[in-house]
Design a protein around this ligand. Structure first.
Ligand code: F6R
Length: 619
């Protein structure tokens, strides 16, 4: 949510900043803006709407060249998506330009304080207070090196809420400072140049060397003095260095019309990469970071899976697998609800937080609540160095590579795989499954990339079907057991991409009310369990008949060779035979393609659906 870019170095800052914004636009696209420092003055340009609007404005009214620059792409919180509210925001005297991601919760008090000194605000944002406060703090800070960082620390100590702030001062021609509390910020280190970004995509075209910034830290990047990190009180901190393991090409469309199509196509590889290296020499499962002892893991008597949106759906599926394999009770919670209902947590509770971005604020707050209650926290995450894994006791990274499309696809499938691994890991540590049993499931997991490839090779009829459904005004998705969350995920994808009202239901629940909405021609997608699960399968086939009898147009996702569904299906989508618990990995794929194709047929922006942003860093 909100993309932030900063640059200090020998190149034309505007070019670097715009390039970074292009790669971060998925984080928010309500407005965009830049500020470049040139000849002792800050030059700002900002515009409502997508980055293209700003680029057009810059072509008509260029800003002077400079070697220090900041840029922002916004997902509006305080103040509507207008030119005025676009970032950067400047101090009254124009000496400071600030960009911000997050929410400054005490902005009303601070604004009143600034207004009392005669400052007139030019926007409705919470951010503008930071610009005014910073200009005043800079005037009061001792002159000399580090003055802007000192001013930033003084301001941060007064701010409540979550924020990443990046600031430039007209009197500091070689310097940028930035601060973070509960919002993302990473530093890129090049050869004689430095970058700031909400995530590494901002600078991956220039360097893969990155530094993690911790909670409540301020960083100064300066062409002469290099990189300095302190906490908010000024104590020096050594940032953690890491090398990004993907390159700029991974964040390009690579010939696909949409990032989402590319990311759907990358799923077999993403699953294979997530499984890679997970089995140790003794056949044991290997996590990326474990700061928990085996004894602590053996003591676990309850698991919570906590996540948002698509990641929450992964959690719902994980419940079936983890309970089945470990016999430990599993609860699945929406992160945004978790801490408000006072869940029962203690040292023997494992909270698995699932987050592609590793920055989702609801999930982060749930994590912190769990830790406050002394629970153990294990993160499943795709973004190396992000906040959620950093604050967790153990980490399993999904190796999906950058996910740029706002709607999650490969993120979801790899989260599923990671959840399965966690289930197996717990079963093993607790001695509930023998090594060969674990190995047998791992072998099934290893067959998944091929199974997904097979599904992807058979997608042309799904695209054709999608085009015929593009005019639908609503759609239902049904499933039982692990296919129920798959139905929820199918409905979410359709809503967010195609803006068609869609709902996912447990197939057996339909007759308890929702079946009333079905009439002639209502499209109903049914995800059918494997034929081998006789009872479950039979029940779902009955459910297809029930909706068909009410006039539904039935789209049935069933495994190869399942002929029982044919008489009741207007359209059958085939998937390879896969063990029940793992089947969501294959049955979700046609639903992703369906939603993507319907949205495309409706002429919508598949990668950047309206009102959304990739990484939701506000609660
Ligand atoms: C939907 C989607 C979102 C995210 C959710 C959590 O396609 O992408 O529902 O799954 O915002 O995001 P992460 O996984 O980054 O915590």
């Amino acid at each position: 949510m909100c993309g932030i870019v900063g640059y200090v170095g020998p190149r034309d800052a505007l070019g670097v900043v715009l390039d970074g914004l292009r790669r971060l636009e998925y984080r928010g696209y309500d407005s965009a803006g830049v500020a470049v420092l040139s000849d002792g003055a800050l030059h700002c340009s900002k515009k409502a709407g997508k980055l293209a609007n700003l680029e057009k404005q810059l072509a008509e009214e260029p800003v002077p060249a400079g070697t220090v620059g900041i840029g922002h792409t916004r997902w509006a919180t305080h103040g509507g998506p207008t030119d005025r509210n676009a970032h950067p925001h400047a101090s009254a005297d124009g000496s400071v330009a600030v960009i911000h991601n997050g929410i400054i919760e005490n902005f009303a008090v601070l604004r009143a304080e600034c207004e009392a000194t005669g400052i007139e605000f030019r926007s409705e944002t919470d951010t503008e207070v930071a610009a005014h406060l910073l200009a005043a703090a800079y005037d009061q800070a001792p002159a000399g090196p580090g003055r802007l960082a000192e001013a930033m620390r003084a301001v941060c100590r007064r701010l409540q809420g979550a924020f990443t702030l990046v600031a430039s001062h007209a009197a500091e021609p070689d310097t940028l400072v930035a601060a973070r509390r509960s919002s993302p910020l990473v530093v890129g280190v090049g050869d004689g140049e430095y970058f700031l970004g909400s995530d590494v995509a901002a600078f991956i075209a220039h360097t893969r060397e990155a530094r993690e910034l911790g909670q409540d830290q301020v960083v100064e990047i300066d062409r002469q003095r290099g990189l300095t990190v302190t906490d908010f009180s000024g104590a020096a901190v050594e940032p953690k260095a890491y090398t990004v393991d993907w390159d700029a090409a991974a964040a390009e469309k690579g010939g696909y019309p949409w990032f989402m199509l590319k990311e759907i196509a990358e799923q077999p590889q993403a699953i294979a990469d997530t499984l890679l290296g997970r089995l140790g020499a003794q056949g044991e499962l290997v996590l990326d970071e474990v700061r928990l002892s085996d004894q602590e893991l053996r003591d676990i008597d309850k698991v919570f899976v906590v996540a948002c949106g698509t990641a929450y759906h992964a959690g719902l599926i994980a419940k079936y697998a983890i309970e089945h394999w470990t016999r430990i009770p599993v609860e699945v919670e929406l992160a945004s609800e978790f801490r408000y209902r006072d869940p029962v947590l203690d040292r023997s509770t494992l909270v698995v937080v699932v987050s592609q971005s590793g920055e989702t604020m609801d999930t982060l707050m749930a994590l912190r609540h769990a830790k406050d209650q002394k629970a153990r926290v294990l993160a499943i995450c795709n973004a190396n160095g992000s906040t959620i894994p950093r604050e967790s006791d153990a980490v399993l990274y999904t190796h999906a590579g950058p996910e740029v499309a706002v709607a999650s696809t490969k993120g979801f499938l790899t989260q599923l795989v990671a959840c399965y691994l966690v289930g197996l890991f717990l079963a093993q540590v607790r001695g509930i499954k023998y090594e060969d049993e674990v190995a047998s499931v791992v072998a099934d997991l290893r067959r998944l990339p091929d199974a997904v490839t097979t599904v992807l090779e058979q997608m042309e009829p799904v695209r054709e079907l999608a085009r015929s459904l593009a005019e639908a005004d609503r759609m239902l998705f049904l499933g039982r057991h692990v296919s129920f969350p798959v139905a929820l995920e199918g409905a979410l994808k359709l809503k967010e991409l195609a803006y068609i009202h869609a709902e996912g239901f447990a197939a057996g629940e339909l007759k308890h009310g929702p079946i009333a909405v079905i009439d002639e021609g209502t499209p109903v997608v049914v995800v059918v369990p494997p034929r081998a699960r006789d009872l479950l399968h039979g029940k779902v086939v009955s459910n297809i008949q029930e909706v068909r009898a009410r006039g539904a147009r039935t789209v049935v996702i069933a495994e190869e060779g399942d002929e029982d569904v044919v008489p009741y299906a207007d359209h059958v989508i085939r998937v390879p035979r896969t063990p029940t618990l793992l089947a969501p990995v294959v049955t979700t794929v046609p639903l992703q393609v369906l939603a993507c194709e319907i949205a495309d047929t409706r002429g919508l922006d598949v990668d950047q659906p309206r009102n959304l942003a990739k990484s939701v860093t506000v609660e």
